[in-house]
Ligand binder design. Structure first.
Ligand code: NIG
Ligand code: FE
Length: 425
């Protein structure tokens, strides 16, 4: 396989066409071509249209690998734009405590939660993190994910933060899924800094952030802006410095308590504000106006038994919404895109079309990559999925089960359910 591929006869070619985020009503426009075909050359999409037109245009089929998608829908690969997939250890017992009523923040106050993963991650070798990271990326790929964001934040010290980012840099080179790295050094307050959070922010600004920026170890900087974690002022200080150093911004905002994280994201010109379970009407209109992506994580609300973010209201107010898994060892241990479809359609009131936009072109825009992925358009990467079914509606109709039959990454077949799953290239 050389990255030259034709997909032909797709019952639906769902292009999600566009090179920037879809706002509000635009999220319903999927741009479907019936009996569609795509030509990919050297990993890049060179032609999109009706099969009859594309194949009559003197395309010499013999030069390409050919996928006949008769009776199947074809879509862009999914972009999971918020995860914490590199970590050591697990927190299965903690999940059971939560099922019996102990809250996420109470577990955190007792030194559990994020801090227990911090300990396990600092003790894990790079090889161990590579191995578990690879397994998790393989699983994501089977759900049709071709680009994923991954955060540090289970170090809180220089060495472990850098170790997480370096592991993601290596995984990006070795694994077909593209990885966008985010520095989340301000994910929790380490024991030594309890009550002295400002000093921890100073340490990140002076002791870690400049190296992350110099070595281009991350494209984004993020912070857990939350009551009893990092305040609005501390978040503003860290993120402003990150911006000055050339990083793009994300925030864990208004997740558990409404403290104005959405408003801050708009003020700072962040690319996305994430979670937003408690975002205010003002915060939501600020996001819409400043064109900051509202990245919603229904798996986390489900797993924490918290109310879902007001996705319907946000879209009706003109926001651009992305959906993501938030895959992590604590608040949401799932990489299932199928679960996200189920929760977003049934509990958040989104249509299947809106969910697809939020996991493709808007997922890409949440990573500032809408110019290169997230839709089936000329000059974008040849990242596509072929469903087992003739229409995209099966993505929500087939509840909790992945309908993805094949995954194509830069024009190469990397996953085929019919051939037993992963294909090594
Ligand atoms: O996005 N809210 C903070 N961070 C993660 C949870 C990480 C963890 O519990 O390990 C989140 O939900
Ligand atoms: Fe998160």
């Amino acid at each position: 396989m050389n990255g030259n591929l034709i997909i032909k006869n797709a019952s639906q070619l769902v292009t999600c066409s566009g090179y920037k985020a879809k706002q509000g009503k635009e999220m319903s426009e999927l741009h479907v071509i019936e009996d569609g075909a795509v030509v990919i050359e050297d990993g890049t999409i060179t032609a999109v249209g009706k099969t009859a037109d594309i194949l009559s245009d003197s395309v010499a089929e013999s030069k390409y690998d050919v996928v006949d998608a008769k009776g199947k829908a074809v879509l862009p690969g999914f972009v999971d734009s918020h995860t914490h997939f590199v970590f050591g250890g697990y927190r299965a017992e903690e999940y059971s405590w939560r099922l019996s009523g102990v809250s996420y923040m109470d577990i955190m106050k007792r030194g559990g939660g994020i801090l227990s993963t911090v300990k396990a991650t600092s003790e894990a070798s790079k090889e161990e993190l590579m191995k578990s990271g690879t397994d998790r990326l393989n699983s994501m790929l089977s759900f049709g994910v071709t680009t994923v964001e991954g955060k540090s934040g289970y170090g809180l010290d220089r060495d472990t933060e850098l170790k997480q980012l370096e592991v993601m840099e290596l995984l990006d080179q070795e694994h077909p899924v593209d990885i966008v790295r985010t520095f989340l050094g301000a994910h929790a307050v380490p024991e030594a800094y309890k009550g002295n959070e400002d000093a921890f922010i100073d340490f990140l600004i002076d002791g870690v952030l400049p190296e992350v920026a110099d070595r281009k170890l991350a494209a984004f900087c993020d912070i857990f802006c939350e009551q009893n974690v990092f305040s609005i002022e501390q978040s503003r200080r860290l993120l402003s410095k990150a911006k000055e150093l050339g990083l793009k911004l994300k925030l864990h905002a208004d997740e558990i308590v409404r403290i104005g994280g959405a408003e801050l994201a708009a003020e700072l010109g962040a690319i996305s504000a994430d979670h937003l379970l408690q975002a205010s009407n003002q915060g939501i209109s600020d996001l819409a106006e400043s064109r900051v992506m509202a990245t919603l994580l229904p798996g986390t609300a489900f797993s924490l038994k918290e109310p879902y973010a007001r996705a319907r209201y946000m879209i009706d107010q003109g926001c651009a919404v992305a959906l993501a898994t938030d895959f992590n060892p604590g608040s949401c241990f799932t990489e299932s895109i199928s679960l996200i479809f189920a929760l977003a359609t049934i509990y958040m009131g989104l249509t299947t079309e809106e969910v697809i936009s939020s996991l493709t072109i808007n997922g890409a825009a949440a990573l500032d990559r809408a110019d290169i992925t997230g839709s089936i358009d000329k000059d974008k990467k040849g990242d596509l999925i072929v469903l087992e079914h003739p229409s995209y509606h099966f993505l929500s109709y087939h509840i909790g089960v992945s309908s993805v039959e094949k995954v194509i990454k830069k024009g190469k077949l990397v996953f085929d359910k019919k051939e037993g799953g992963l294909i090594s290239c």
